[in-house]
Ligand binder design. Sequence first.
Ligand code: FES
Ligand code: FE
Length: 350
Amino acid sequence: MILTEDVVFNALKRTWQPVANSESLEAGKVMGYTLLETELVIARFANGAVLAADVACPHKGARLSAGCIRDGELMCPYHGWRFDEKGACQSIPSLLEPNPDKQALSHLKTYATQERYGFIWVKLDPSLPANGEAHELPDIPEFEDARWTYRMGPPMKFQAGWRREVENYLDMSHFAFAHSSTLGVSADPRIRDMTITVQDDGGYQMDAPFPALDNNHEMPGKLQSAHHRRQRSYLPNFTTIRQSFHDGDERVLVHIPSPNTRESCTCFWSLAISPGFRGPAPESQIEFAVKVLDEDRQMCELQMPREVPINPTRGGWGVLVMPGDTLANTFQKQLRRWLSASVETKVTPN
Ligand code: FES
Ligand code: FE
């Protein structure tokens, strides 16, 4: 099947995508975010409710992301029109008398939101894919277990398509090179003992031993030591990495490249650390991970074209080397299956 980038974005519009870290949007804050080429205003009201709506004001199109919360309502910066947490227009200051008809016409186009795992998620399109199953977030128990320690990573913008970023996150053969100044040079960059299994939900999992890394410049200590690595990917773009160390300590990372445009994405990520973890403090683990992710950003932004082709011709995904690129290939194949299923029919719920 020939797929298009429109098919990709339309399918992703029916999935939950992160738009902000919850903690960065305190009550009274208004921000902008571009999700799948849709420009949004995101606002949190005094009662904690989050509004996600098209950014353009229904009056003259001013960006509401430049507005503010005034007396519990979202106020446009241009002529002061105000909207409540459901997007209903509550006042038009230039009118001598309220005009309910004009207000009703001025309702913002809003989108479903939810907060989970420390992120604010938005679903742009409530319609269902051909299989009739609404996209839901996977359950990651470690992130909802009070005994574990959580830390949110600062979102990082990549000038590269979201599939480039997914591939990078799955890539097991770049550590000794792209991360030589942080993770250090592996004694042996060869890939061995990698097991990939396709899961019932269409996602896939990779298990592999991760070699000890050697670095004189950075001291992430335990994070450089040999461990077991399990990557679990949920389509289309939600990945977890579980690192199990020999002393029983564990870390789980959640990682989602939220597509902004066809050639840019923002990585949302967070970290769960097992109880009593013997290693660097959570803050320094985040600080270290930021450096590593920034190296990944540089590699993704070097790649041509900026997005992985969705219809590979021979060599269209690059010159591939097994087993190093097997996981990226699994991603592309499973993604194509998922997309193909999603375009068969579109069912709209009643
Ligand atoms: Fe928003 Fe006029 S453009 S109130
Ligand atoms: Fe990397």
